[in-house]
Design a binder for this molecule. Structure first.
Ligand SMILES: C=C(O[C@@H]1C=C(C(=O)O)C=C[C@H]1O)C(=O)O
Length: 269
């Protein structure tokens, strides 16, 4: 049986809602975790298919093939990848910046932006909400997913930067935070199962995108959002993988020093 990853944030619900709501029969095993944990599980072969950080794909691309037509992206504002700071961003040189351990993509993006766009090199530290090791004294904090909504209630941070917006302002491209990857080994050993589950994911996403209101009504309160805020959030997110998204991920890879053409890694379905 294929083992399938699922990010524990509401951002993926539109893709999984057909399965969750019981309309798409699902005979697989879900493993639910934060993105960095899913990256590791897939890399180590403990699961077969999962949304992973685009950074994980970029840095370990030889291990994976990608589902065509799936990503977690935004064109401009994303709302859930936020950099909170007590100082304006260009004043963070040698200040204490805390990055979430749950992310790989957004960590790489904020580090890139701080160094190359804002010319600052802070002291980096790493926290996790589960460990609860983020000190009150942190000058700035990167948060992703449902955690980002919690930080919005913390009025200590005067300056808030949305990384989807930051990226668009510079490159006028969407930003691809995550992609759906399959281990190469799984594709080689079980090609028909992979094709079958891909089609189920397509159906589940179609159902989810047609039932966003139902998702928002059920899940918004769990993350402290109103239904309206949750709908606005879903409108910022995009789950496709168009040519523009491919261009964007290639650009991000190039900026990080990796010469990758994502087109070469797409599964032909
Ligand atoms: C938009 C988001 O995209 C995500 C960000 C990721 C990362 O930074 O590595 C990975 C998966 C996605 O959950 C989010 O989590 O808010």
């Amino acid at each position: 049986m294929l083992k399938v990853g699922k990010i524990e944030y509401i951002n993926v619900l539109p893709v999984y809602f057909g399965f969750i709501d019981g309309v798409i029969p699902f005979e697989y095993q879900f493993k639910e975790a934060v993105p960095s944990a899913l990256n590791e599980l897939l890399r180590e072969g403990k699961i077969d298919i999962s949304p992973i950080s685009s950074y994980e794909f970029i840095t370990n691309s030889e291990k994976y093939f990608l589902f065509p037509n799936f990503s977690i992206s935004s064109f401009g504002e994303v709302k859930s990848v936020l950099f909170f700071s007590k100082l304006p961003i260009h004043q963070l040189h040698r200040k204490d910046v805390w990055l979430t351990k749950s992310s790989m993509t957004s960590r790489a993006l904020i580090e890139y932006l701080l160094k190359n766009r804002y010319g600052v090199e802070p002291n980096y530290y790493y926290y996790s909400m589960k460990e609860g090791n983020l000190p009150k004294s942190a000058t700035a904090v990167l948060a992703i997913g449902d955690d980002a909504f919690k930080f919005l209630k913390d009025k200590n941070f005067r300056f808030i930067y949305d990384l989807g917006e930051e990226w668009k302002n510079i490159y006028d491209l969407p930003f691809v935070f995550a992609v759906w990857a399959v281990r190469r080994q799984t594709v080689e050993n079980q090609p028909l199962s992979v094709k079958k589950i891909y089609n189920k994911f397509l159906e589940s996403k179609k159902y989810g995108l047609n039932h966003l209101k139902k998702i928002a009504a059920r899940y918004a309160p769990r993350v402290g959002l109103t239904e309206k805020e949750c709908m606005e959030y879903f409108k910022c997110l995009n789950y496709d993988f168009t040519n523009l998204h491919k261009k964007a991920i290639n650009k991000f890879a190039q900026l990080l020093g990796f010469d990758i053409k994502v087109e070469k890694f797409l599964l032909s379905m």
